[in-house]
Each structure stands twice: as structure tokens, then as C-alpha cells.
Design a protein around this ligand. Structure first.
Ligand SMILES: CC(=O)N[C@H]1[C@@H](OP(=O)(O)OP(=O)(O)OC[C@H]2O[C@@H](n3ccc(=O)[nH]c3=O)[C@H](O)[C@@H]2O)O[C@H](CO)[C@@H](O)[C@@H]1O
Ligand SMILES: C=C(OP(=O)(O)O)C(=O)O
Length: 424
């Protein structure tokens, strides 16, 4: 197994290209199941999660070709030849549940393994099922699988989500495109990935209004056709690399970034004294390493609030702030696993319930640390950039789920970072 070794202390200067969004691509790919005609995605990120979704779609009978070194995904689902999404693939990635809505809409039946919990929390899928039930689907849960049926097809319905769920909104939105009649989804997620999905579905012939607001209305159509769609910029990769020069001092331009993708996050950076400038090509972040960072109070919320997927990275930054910061995690109940690892590097962090208190300003020293989940692992890399000496991060397969060419991108700006085989 590989590990990433970071030797801290170098200021970062330069530019970093930001990839297409993992979390958009993982919902755009299942949309290919909705049509017999091809769906092509450009600006796809090259990540292990995308390869897992590729395998899942292929197991259902789709053709998926990764062109131009993986940046273009050409998908064709003339017929779904297998109605079962098996545990062996689904267990690797929770986003696999996103095939349920499209399969059900296209075939009137689908059997999908329950994805189970994961390190960051229990993550149930009850809302995905309830929204589909509101469109007439029958759900039977047995042997760890969801057996979903909609004899005669789905019918339009109304559903108000009791809590905002990104994945459940996506599943319901995709399913409703082929339902008979009109579906109204209330209290839906407003994430840029939802808007991106809606735009792709519209390009395929779907009739959707309200994406990006709390209510989405979908008028079902008989069939969807082929389309080509560009995957939206990854706002979480963007936020992560925006923090790199903050950790070390320096100035980095994140190419393809826009303020509207990361508004709440940029507000917090500015509040603590970091300079963020919109340029013609992206967002430039500049920090004078001698200027102290102010502590912050951050609460994670659904979009447009501060994203939970940037909470771990923000914690790494707040270790450098002058005083006590508070990070409240309201989305997932177990998303502070990076805290004990960051403590191994000298951080003073106390977690009480859903709140982490970060006492900034303690000297950071390199250490051997372990990645526990995707965003936790990148927070350790960010901390390593600021720490004295060498940090080695093991279990980097977590990182490969969400960050393509991480070593290359950071090295190009002057970081001393390499990937080494754990055996040698
Ligand atoms: C592939 C993908 O896009 N993943 C993102 C997606 O995950 P995901 O779509 O799984 O997250 P949700 O928005 O659904 O989860 C939000 C909250 O709702 C709860 N919930 C969700 C569904 C459900 O049926 N029942 C229920 O109770 C969850 O446990 C959680 O507490 O949004 C999360 C929140 O922004 C991000 O951290 C993930 O990176
Ligand atoms: C939690 C994440 O992904 P997933 O929902 O696929 O686990 C993430 O992208 O940070």
C-alpha cells in the first residue's frame, strides 16, 4: 500500500487546475440509465470512485468508455440487462444507491443492495425510498437489498423531505423525469451538483424547473434522449486547494474556481484574514505567513451553508489561528476522526459531542498519521504542509476516491510531497 510523505515548511506559489466534481459525476453517470441513447460527460475527474461507478453501470449492462485519459466518459445504456446492483460493488461506495431511481423509472423494477453505514456516520437511505414511494413505487427490504417495483411505471407525486438530503434529491429527481404526470419535490437540496444534474437531464429532454431552489417541479416525459454535458467544477477540491497557501503562506490561483461555488467558505476565509480574489481564470488565495489568522466559529450546513466536506480541511487551518475556534458538525454524527490524528501532530483539539474546539497556535510537528476517510486524509496532508519535519499519511486509498494528481498539483506550487510504496 502507498503512503504520502510531506515535508512541511515550503511556501506555496503558483496555480492549481481544479477538476470536475466527483459528487456531480457520481450522480450524472447513473443518469445514463434513463435513456437508450448515449450520454457523454466531459470534464470528468479521474478517481477511484468514478471507476467504481463505471463497474457498477457495466454490471447492469451499460457500455462505459473512458476516453481522453478518463476525462471524457461515453456511456450507452441501450438496455438494462441486469436489474440487480450487487453488494460486492455497492459496498465500496455509498453513491451506488443513485442507480435505484433511474433503474426503477426505466424498467419499473430494481434490486439494489443497501449501502450500509460508513466511517462518518450511519447514513440511512430511508428518504430515497420514501420519495420514490411517493411516486408509486413499492419497496421491500430483505436480505440487505431493496427490492423496488413500480408496476405500470412511476406516477408523478408530491414529496416534502423532512431533512435536506443531496442523494435522496438526486434519486427522486432522476426517477421523476420518466414518471407519468408532474412531481413536486419540496425541501430539496440546492447544491451545485443538483443544479448540474438537472441541467444534464434537461439536455436529455427532461422538463424540470426550480433546480437550485427548495422546490423542484418535474413534468414527466415518455423518454429521454442522448446528450453531452460538462461536469461542474469540484467545489470541495477547490476549497481544499484554496487552503494550501493559507497553511504555508504564499499565493495560489485555483483555476476554474468561482466564488458562488464556495461562498460560505470564502466568507469564513475572509473573516479570519485571508485574501481571496476572483480572477479571469479562477480564485486566487494569498496569505502573508507573518500575519496571524483570526479564530472562527464554523457550522456545517446544507448548501449554501458551509459544506461538511470542507470541515476537516478547515480544522487543519484553524490549528494555525490565534486563539480558540469552534467547529460544529451538523450533518454527520461521526465526522471528527481526523481530530485524534491531527493531535498526533501537536494540535490541541477537544471534541465534545458535535462540536470540536480547536485551540490554535500550538507548534505542529510531522508525525505518522492514518487516513480514516476521504476529507480526513486531505486534512492531514494540509497539516503536513505547515508542520515542521516529515508527515507520512497511510491508507491513501481514501484520498484516491476524491483527489486526482494531488502530489503533482501541490508539487507544482513548491510543496515537498511524494507518494511512496509502503514497502519501499
Ligand atoms: C456522493 C455525494 O454526493 N456525497 C455527498 C452527499 O452525500 P449524501 O447524499 O449521502 O448525504 P445526504 O445529503 O443524503 O445526508 C444529509 C443528512 O441526511 C441524512 N439522511 C440522508 C438520506 C436519508 O435517506 N436519510 C437520512 O437521514 C444523513 O444521514 C445526513 O445526516 O452529500 C453530503 C452532504 O453534503 C456530502 O458530505 C457527500 O460528500
Ligand atoms: C463523504 C463523501 O463522499 P461519499 O458520500 O461518496 O462518501 C465526500 O465526498 O466527502
Amino acid at each position: 500500500m502507498d503512503k504520502i510523505v510531506v515535508r512541511g515548511g515550503n511556501a506555496l506559489n503558483g496555480e492549481i487546475p481544479i477538476a470536475g466534481a466527483k459528487n456531480a459525476c457520481l450522480t450524472l453517470m447513473p443518469a445514463a440509465l434513463l435513456s437508450a441513447e448515449p450520454l457523454t460527460l466531459t470534464n470528468a475527474p479521474r478517481l477511484s470512485d468514478i471507476r467504481t461507478m463505471t463497474q457498477l453501470l457495466q454490471s447492469l449492462g451499460c457500455e462505459v468508455a473512458a476516453l481522453q485519459d478518463g476525462k471524457v466518459l461515453a456511456m450507452g445504456c441501450e438496455a438494462i440487462t441486469n436489474e440487480v446492483a450487487h453488494y460486492d460493488i455497492v459496498r465500496k461506495m455509498r453513491a451506488s444507491i443513485l442507480v435505484l431511481g433511474p433503474m426503477l423509472a426505466r424498467m419499473g423494477k430494481a434490486t439494489v443492495s443497501l449501502p450500509g453505514g460508513c466511517a462518518i456516520g450511519a447514513r440511512p437511505v430511508d428518504l430515497h425510498l420514501k420519495a420514490l414511494e411517493a411516486m408509486g413505487a413499492k419497496m421491500d427490504l430483505r436480505d440487505g437489498y431493496v427490492y423496488a417495483t413500480a408496476e405500470g411505471g412511476l406516477t408523478g407525486g408530491e414529496y416534502e423531505f423532512p431533512v435536506v438530503s443531496v442523494g435522496a434529491t438526486e434519486n427522486a429527481l432522476m426517477a421523476a423525469t420518466l414518471a407519468k404526470g408532474t412531481t413536486v419535490l419540496k425541501n430539496v437540496a440546492r447544491e451545485p451538483e443538483i443544479v448540474d444534474l438537472a441541467e444534464c437531464l434537461i439536455a436529455m429532454g427532461a422538463k424540470i424547473t426550480g433546480q437550485g431552489t427548495s422546490t423542484i417541479t418535474i413534468e414527466g416525459v415518455e423518454r429521454l434522449h442522448g446528450a453531452t454535458h460538462r461536469v461542474v467544477t469540484d467545489r470541495i477540491e477547490l476549497g481544499t486547494y484554496m487552503l494550501a497557501p493559507v497553511m504555508t503562506g504564499g499565493s495560489v490561483e485555483c483555476l476554474g474556481g468561482t466564488r458562488d461555488l464556495v461562498g460560505a467558505f470564502v466568507d469564513k476565509l475572509e473573516e479570519c484574514g485571508v485574501e481571496v480574489e476572483e480572477t479571469a481564470r479562477g480564485l486566487r488565495v494569498t496569505r502573508d505567513a507573518d500575519k496571524p489568522l483570526k479564530p472562527l466559529h464554523v457550522v456545517t450546513e446544507p448548501y449554501p451553508g458551509f459544506p461538511t466536506d470542507l470541515q476537516a480541511q478547515m480544522m487543519a487551518m484553524l490549528m494555525l489561528a490565534d486563539g480558540e475556534s469552534e467547529l460544529e458538525e451538523t450533518i454527520f454524527e461521526n465526522r471528527f476522526m481526523h481530530a485524534p490524528e491531527l493531535q498526533r501532530m501537536g494540535a490541541d483539539i477537544r471534541v465534545r459531542g458535535g462540536t470540536a474546539h480547536v485551540h490554535g497556535g500550538k507548534p505542529l510537528r510531522g508525525a505518522q498519521v492514518m487516513a480514516t476517510d476521504l476529507r480526513a486524509s486531505v486534512s492531514l496532508i494540509l497539516a503536513g504542509l505547515a508542520a515542521e519535519g516529515e508527515t507520512s499519511v497511510s491508507r491513501v486509498y481514501h484520498l484516491d476516491r476524491g483527489y486526482e494528481k494531488l502530489v503533482e498539483k501541490l508539487s507544482a506550487c513548491g510543496a515537498d510531497v511524494e507518494r511512496v510504496s509502503e514497502n519501499g
